[in-house]
Design a protein around this ligand. Sequence first.
Ligand SMILES: Cc1cc2nc3c(=O)[nH]c(=O)nc-3n(C[C@H](O)[C@H](O)[C@H](O)COP(=O)(O)O)c2cc1C
Ligand code: SF4
Length: 412
Amino acid sequence: MTMFDALTDEQETFVAPPVGVRRLLATGDPSLRTHLATFGPLPAVDGLGGVDGVTAALEEAGLAGRGGAAFPTWRKVASAAESGRAAIVVANGSEGEPMSAKDATLLHQSPHLVLDGLLLVAGVLRASEAHLVTTDGQLAPLQRAIAERADARGVRVRTTEDRFVSGEASAVANAIERGRAIPRDHVVRLSIAGIAGRPTLVLNVETLAHIAVIVRFGAAWFRSVGTADDPGTRLLTVAVDGTRRVVEAAGGTSLRRALEATGVAVESVRAVLVGGYHGAWATGEALDAPISAAGLAPFGAAPGAGILIVLSRGHCGVVRAAEIAHYLAGQSAGQCGPCANGLPEIAEVMGRLARRDRDASLPRQLRELGGLVIGRGACHHPDGTTRMVMSALEAFEHDVHAHARGLCQEVA
Ligand SMILES: Cc1cc2nc3c(=O)[nH]c(=O)nc-3n(C[C@H](O)[C@H](O)[C@H](O)COP(=O)(O)O)c2cc1C
Ligand code: SF4
């Protein structure tokens, strides 16, 4: 096994007790009976006031997407309804990030909440098709859940490739339409012309599960947990020591609290890569920041899909960032020059820095290369990769300079 294989190997996953309240993972067993006993029936679409009623509830709840970009969910639903044409709704359970396990955990433990959210959104948009895209491991629990209820028989479930960019929204649309999960150019938005030219709404499976509880219990109930700018709960995956620990945490939970809740000894933490492989490195006082857009913004980070990758003391951030850059370069879909050529170059220079090549110009070379690829892909893969590398240069500044002089404080 190379040091890069270690990043993609299947890892053990644990579910930790919640921070605050357990909502999405409340049932403990995935059966329809327990789901109905816990949450009650899904309200009829007709009683929700149509698209306007549902979008108003989602806006009041302040729900932001849990797939990475944190876009306000109400706006996405409203924009899919704008054309008046029948939309296609897609539940995105691709979870392409190897360190993430929250979507798989949700699909195993609470598949009916995800199906409820999908059916609800499809119903309110009078959608012509409802799809659920996921990876092989989640197929059996989903099929069992669908077999338990007549209303979900029309949901088309398909598996996608287990690759980093497969979960990007346009790649998910391509997988459904053409059988290949590669991103497409975003010149025309999916909400205007996606699958088969129809308005297409792609929502993360966790986002759909939150919708399922908001339409049942209301926006005020959703906001009764969390903070004003980060209402409700979110699922987090804490990746540490070869394990992935999933926890449902109240909005506004600090990084430190999330680490403690998943059994991580915070004093042993050197840094946390917040938001997964496309995220930013948090160190020092950033560990006390709330895991919210507003809380992490001063540190150049964002919650993304709730992935927290722990770098323990005694490990070198430069080496870890180089491993991740190498992995991400290999995940380019190879369609856009700046991504297909630029990311391997970035990974190569990062690799030289990690190997402590004595070359003081390496950090500058990385900044220049980053400037050449950022914003120049059909999807955000080059941007996310560059963000992670640039953030490593800042967070591990002392190590970067030491490496460029042939030294490393962490690795002998
Ligand atoms: C390279 C890349 C990979 C992505 N992978 C995923 C993924 O695995 N799952 C996911 O839900 N969203 C993923 N996204 C985000 C999706 O494009 C999209 O924003 C999301 O599914 C929308 O759902 P939301 O509004 O509920 O967050 C990815 C984005 C990029 C740029
Ligand atoms: S930016 Fe990269 S990953 Fe995204 S579509 Fe282009 S080549 Fe593929």
